[in-house]
Write a protein that binds this ligand. Structure first.
Ligand code: KDO
Length: 337
């Protein structure tokens, strides 16, 4: 908690300094195009990357050059927000879990079995309940959350064959070293699933699975295919424990230097990219089970009620929900089915 508070204060000051001295101040009038560097751990073939290149980039091309950096090659996973705050980066595809490092209340959007589907994510992001969250990130970190992108339903993906380990309830994951991304919110989710979470950057997961330094990882089916995790794992347990999202994060300092027309173009471009990526990702999720079965993976549903109740009670009976603003969970639930 102290660490988080320190980070929060430190970055509020850093952002104030960055804004005051004009770090990241854009030069985009006339023939001077603004460069929008975007860093993500995702690959160039991930649907979110493709959507930004194919939809966002051409829409802003009149005044900005979109410059994507993939596979964490420019900024390491989970450091992108600091980079935007300090003027070293203009855009990223961030997560609620990363934001929770600075603003613990964001963990509510990173909680298992809260978002119900892609449409629910959009309804929550566009609802008034989201305004104080967005405002805090803008004011204290200098980052604008433009739109919500759909990553998909995360499932547990293991090296063991189903014969070696069949997972029906959280108890079956006891002692399983499950790679989860390296922030507290992710690690807690791994524990809530009943596993032994191991923090690791996304770019290291394929090697860790192939050498057996972890037993498994969790990600949506399109990521399992895109990152070729199916080559080094044997089963997928369809836990659907997190309908995962990312936000299109944009430098507030750069935003403030845009004209009102340019801001409207950037906003519309981010929304259109998010919508395009969402539709393709949903289609892929529906189709890729068959592809993965062909590749030899065993795919099955566990006891969903057991997972849901174990995960939910872990959040509601521990400190994990202590920072959630009063009433927000009810509002999120009310926007679902
Ligand atoms: C991952 O590290 O497992 C994760 O899926 C977490 C997401 O928030 C997101 O950062 C994603 O990786 C990357 O964009 C790579 O797909």
């Amino acid at each position: 908690m102290i660490k988080k508070l320190n980070r929060r204060v430190a970055f509020a000051s850093l952002t104030a300094l960055g804004l005051a001295v004009g770090l990241g101040a854009p030069a985009f009038a006339g023939s001077h195009l603004l460069t929008l560097r975007m860093s993500t751990p995702a690959s160039a073939t991930d649907q979110r990357s493709i959507a930004l290149e194919e939809v966002f980039a051409p829409a802003v091309a009149g005044f900005a050059t979109y410059e994507p950096h993939y596979n964490g090659s420019l900024i390491a996973q989970n450091s992108e927000l600091e980079a935007i705050a300090s003027g070293d980066l203009e855009m990223s595809i961030t997560s609620a879990q990363e934001l929770a490092q600075f603003f613990p209340e964001f963990s509510i959007f990173a909680t298992g079995y809260v978002h119900q589907d892609a449409a629910h994510q959009v309804a929550v992001f566009n609802d008034a309940l989201m305004e104080p969250f967005k405002q805090t990130v803008e004011d204290e970190l200098g980052v604008k959350l433009l739109s919500v992108m759909y990553l998909g339903q995360r499932h547990v993906n293991l090296r063991q064959t189903k014969e070696e380990l069949t997972v029906m309830t959280p108890a079956d994951l006891a002692g399983v070293n499950l790679r989860m991304p390296g922030t507290d919110a992710w690690q807690f989710l791994g524990k809530a699933l009943g596993a032994n979470p191991t923090p690791m950057a996304f770019t290291e997961v394929y090697t860790a699975l192939s050498t057996g330094s972890v037993d498994g990882q969790d990600n949506p089916l399109p990521t399992v295919v895109d990152a070729k995790f199916y080559e080094v794992t044997n089963q997928i347990v369809l836990t659907a424990h997190l309908v995962d999202l990312n936000y299109v994060a944009f430098s507030k300092a750069v935003w403030d230097g845009l004209s009102a027309d340019q801001q409207a173009i950037v906003q519309a471009a981010a929304d259109a990219a998010a919508e395009s990526g969402r539709q393709i990702q949903l289609q892929k999720e529906a189709e890729l089970g068959a592809f993965l079965t062909e590749k030899g993976l065993e795919i099955y549903e566990p006891d969903m009620a057991a997972f849901r109740s174990h995960v939910q009670s872990m959040y509601l009976t521990t400190d994990a929900s202590a920072d959630w603003p009063e009433g927000v969970l009810d509002k999120i639930n009310a926007l679902g089915n």
